[in-house]
Design a protein around this ligand. Structure first.
Ligand code: THU
Length: 133
C-alpha cells in the first residue's frame, strides 16, 4: 500500500467511523468505540460496541464489523480502523485480535485518536502467536 493509497483509505474509514460513533451503545462504561472495516471489494462495514446490563455479554466494535461482513459473505479485508473520542490510540482487545486473525493475520489496522492522527500497523505486529486448529 503506497502512501497516497494509505491516506485515501484512512480518510474514508476515519470519516465513516467518526460519523457512526453516536450509535455506540455504551451506557455502562461510557466508552464509545467505532470501527470501520474495508472489504477488498470496496465495501465498508461499520461496527460499534454494544454493551449489556449483564456486562460479560458486551460485544466490541471490531467484532460487530467483522461479523456483519462475514454474515454478508465477505472474508477478504484491506484494513480496519478504530476510532474513539480519546486523545490516545486505543488498540483492539485480545478477543478481537483472535477473531480478526481468523480472516487475515496480516490485516492492516489503523489506530486513531480524536485529533485525526493515526498509527498504521499489521495485526501480526501486535498478535504474534495466534490460536488455530
Ligand atoms: N471495546 C471495544 O469496542 N473494542 C475493543 O477492542 C476494546 C473494548 C469496548 C467494550 C466496552 O463496551 C468498552 O469498550 C469498554 O471496555
Amino acid at each position: 500500500m503506497n502512501k497516497k493509497k494509505e491516506k485515501e483509505i484512512f480518510d474514508k474509514l476515519y470519516k465513516t467511523a467518526k460519523e457512526n460513533i453516536h450509535n455506540s451503545y455504551s451506557p455502562y462504561s461510557k466508552f464509545k468505540v467505532s470501527a470501520a472495516l474495508l472489504a477488498n471489494d470496496g465495501t465498508i462495514y461499520t461496527g460499534i460496541n454494544v454493551e449489556n446490563s449483564s456486562y460479560g455479554l458486551t460485544m466490541c466494535a471490531e467484532r460487530v464489523a467483522i461479523f456483519k461482513a462475514v454474515s454478508e459473505g465477505k472474508k477478504n479485508f484491506e484494513a480496519i480502523l478504530l476510532y474513539t473520542e480519546n486523545e490516545s490510540f486505543i488498540p483492539p482487545c485480545g478477543a478481537c485480535r483472535q477473531v480478526m486473525t481468523e480472516f487475515d493475520p496480516d490485516l492492516t489496522i489503523f489506530l486513531t485518536n480524536v485529533y485525526g492522527e493515526y498509527k498504521k500497523m499489521k495485526l501480526s505486529d501486535i498478535f504474534k502467536w495466534n490460536f488455530s486448529l
